[in-house]
Design a protein. Structure first.
Length: 76
């Protein structure tokens, strides 16, 4: 279950407190501690092509756009 579905259902259950308590107990999304979805790009939120070296945490697309501003040079 994605987080967006969770918020939609949560809004609908505002009128039904007993069902909402049961839903919160069994169906809330768990906090991720490892895996691909845990590492997201700071700028756009993409999961794939992640550059985490030097604590950058950018996807490869955002890194290509920002690299000159950060001081990286492109060698051919």
């Amino acid at each position: 279950m994605t987080t967006s579905n969770y918020t939609k259902i949560f809004n609908q259950l505002q009128a039904k407190p007993i069902k909402m308590q049961k839903y919160l107990k069994h169906s809330t999304p768990k906090k991720r501690s490892c895996g691909l979805a845990n590492r997201k790009c700071k700028r756009c939120g993409r999961i794939g092509g992640h550059i985490s070296k030097y604590g950058l945490d950018f996807c490869r697309h955002c890194f290509r756009e920002i690299a000159p501003q950060l001081g990286f040079k492109q060698y051919s």
